[in-house]
Write a protein that binds this ligand. Structure first.
Ligand code: ZN
Ligand code: ZN
Length: 83
């Protein structure tokens, strides 16, 4: 399922939440961290995808900071393009 929901990702509620999550994760990619790498997180990913679980859209437990590479790995269905 895709996260391509421009209206959602442009909402100020999401932008604020995104910053909260990035700050919580120390602005570091949490997947890289697991492997002992330090890389800046640039995106916040929904673990349970937004399309399938809109009720979890703002749940901190469902959100994780990732770098572009790790984010793409979590979205094989996107062909490594979109966030
Ligand atoms: Zn990473
Ligand atoms: Zn994602």
């Amino acid at each position: 399922m895709s996260e391509n929901r421009p209206a959602f990702y442009q909402s100020s509620t999401w932008k604020k939440k995104r910053l909260v999550i990035l700050r919580r994760d120390g602005y570091q990619c949490q997947d890289c961290k697991r492997y002992g790498r330090i890389r800046q997180a640039i995106t916040v990913h929904h673990i349970q995808h937004l399309d399938e679980h809109p009720e979890l859209a703002f749940q901190p437990d469902n959100l994780i900071s990732l770098c572009a590479e790790c984010h793409n790995k979590r979205h094989p269905e996107k062909g490594g393009k979109r966030w």
